[in-house]
Ligand binder design. Structure first.
Ligand code: HEC
Ligand code: HEC
Ligand code: HEC
Length: 358
């Protein structure tokens, strides 16, 4: 009897050991699978977070919009994970890169910041831009002007024509939305074609302003977006603008948009607002501690549609309010304006004052 038990016991132990052994043999591949599942879940979460929070500045392919840095480079991808984590968690002091972690007054949990790091290191940018397109958040181009080829040919025939043509191209692509099609200035930014500017600023001054930007204004630093040669050529353009005018060279004006206020547009604007603005401005625009209420009468009566559209497309430099022109289409921005305007009749009279700048 005792023998039988011991035999059974030994057999049992053997069974268990064999079973375990097999399980252990299978374990590494199961662990790898589990780790891969966790990684893809993190990348999927990171993709959504990135599309909603980061593409305005860093682009739908991590390519960097305007003067903002690229994230899809080998350099960033191979950066230490801790370093990436800290950059997103704490932001970079005194830049538009604000702190995103809730610990630092931002909106993302530690797990969400980690997912963003996993995404950046995975380099799966094609999925990011596909997701952005799916959510209709694909950046078109920055507002820019096409130079007609015959105009460019006339410019090229002038003294230092190639450099002027290059300067004009850079200008048409990057500067017209604020400084006007022909450097005449707009309500947002001063003229660059005036004799006053040419006598007040040397070429070096102008180059320095373009390189460094003007702090606390929407004039951002172009150092990362443009090469030294491109900046020099824009400076030549600013110096020679009168010669262009004298040769009849004019770029076409940007057309202001008429705002469609149909219920469908307002509904689309509302949906867009809740998708990309409400995380800071609150559901239906009542404000959060991250950003002021927009659903308030004081703000809405004081600001024209054009001004609101400009704030949305240009952002507020030095705060976490992004410039949306990089990736919302003008039509989307105007739909949001139509939505905000539709709140005016019922908006609370006084702004919610709970907001601090980040
Ligand atoms: C309003 C614009 C803006 C937004 C939105 C933004 N960033 Fe940035 N980001 C910047 C700027 C500007 C820098 C460069 C800061 C500096 O000069 O060091 C930067 C730098 C970075 C860097 C470091 C790149 C390097 O080469 O060192 C990472 C990583 C980064 N951002 C990730 C993110 C992520 C992830 C998000 C979204 C959660 C995000 N950023 C949202 C403006 C922005
Ligand atoms: C988002 C809007 C915006 C864009 C885009 C922009 N600027 Fe500006 N720029 C401004 C504003 C606003 C100022 C005035 C800043 C201030 O208050 O001093 C300014 C100032 C300047 C000045 C100094 C003017 C003066 O009278 O002191 C120069 C030069 C300049 N910008 C060149 C450029 C060039 C070149 C580009 C394109 C590469 C460009 N800007 C793109 C908004 C913009
Ligand atoms: C990451 C947070 C964030 C997001 C997302 C965001 N904003 Fe803002 N927004 C701000 C902050 C912060 C301010 C206040 C800036 C300041 O101090 O002047 C602001 C200011 C504004 C203002 C000017 C308010 C005023 O009283 O002058 C408008 C209009 C605005 N945002 C619209 C939008 C719209 C529309 C969206 C979505 C397309 C959006 N914002 C998304 C943070 C955000």
């Amino acid at each position: 009897m005792s023998r039988q038990i011991s035999w059974l016991g030994t057999f049992g132990v053997l069974l268990i050991v064999t079973g375990f052994g097999l399980a252990m043999l299978r374990e590494p591949s199961r662990q790898i699978e589990a780790a891969e599942d966790i990684r893809s879940a993190a990348i999927a979460e990171g993709t959504d977070l990135y599309v909603k929070n980061c593409i305005t500045c860093h682009g739908a392919n991590g390519e960097g919009v305007a003067a903002y840095p690229v994230l899809n480079s080998e350099g960033v991808r191979s950066m230490d994970a801790d370093m990436l984590y800290h950059t997103i968690e704490r932001g970079r002091y005194n830049t538009a890169m604000t702190a995103y972690s809730v610990n630092e007054g931002g909106i993302l949990t530690q797990a969400q910041v980690s997912s963003l790091v996993t995404l950046i290191q995975s380099g799966t940018w094609a999925n990011v831009s596909a997701r952005a397109a799916e959510l209709n958040l694909m950046p078109p181009q920055m507002v820019s002007i096409e130079i007609p080829p015959e105009t460019l040919a006339v410019v090229q025939s002038l003294p230092s024509g190639d450099r002027l043509a290059n300067g004009l191209t850079v200008y048409a692509e990057n500067c017209t939305s604020c400084h006007g099609a022909n450097g005449e200035g707009t309500s947002i930014a001063p003229a660059l074609n005036s004799a006053e500017l040419r006598s007040r600023l040397t070429d070096n001054d102008v180059a320095r302003i373009i390189q460094q930007g003007v702090p606390a204004t929407v004039m951002s630093s172009w150092e990362r977006a443009l090469t030294t040669e491109q900046i020099t050529d824009v400076v030549i353009l600013i110096r020679c603008w009168d010669d262009l005018a004298a040769n009849g060279i004019q770029l076409p004006q940007l057309q202001p948009q008429a705002i469609d206020r149909s219920p469908e547009t307002i509904a689309a604007g509302h949906q867009m607002f809740n998708l990309v603005c409400s995380q800071c401005h609150g559901t239906d625009g009542y404000g959060t501690k991250l950003a002021p209420a927009l659903n308030n009468k004081t703000f809405l009566t004081q600001k024209s549609d054009e001004v609101i559209a400009n704030i949305i497309s240009l952002g507020v430099t030095g705060t976490s309010m992004p410039a949306w022109s990089g990736y919302l289409r003008d039509a989307d921005i105007y739909a949001i304006v139509a939505y905000l305007r539709s709140l005016e009749p019922t908006a609370p009279a006084v702004a919610n004052m709970t907001v601090g700048k980040p």
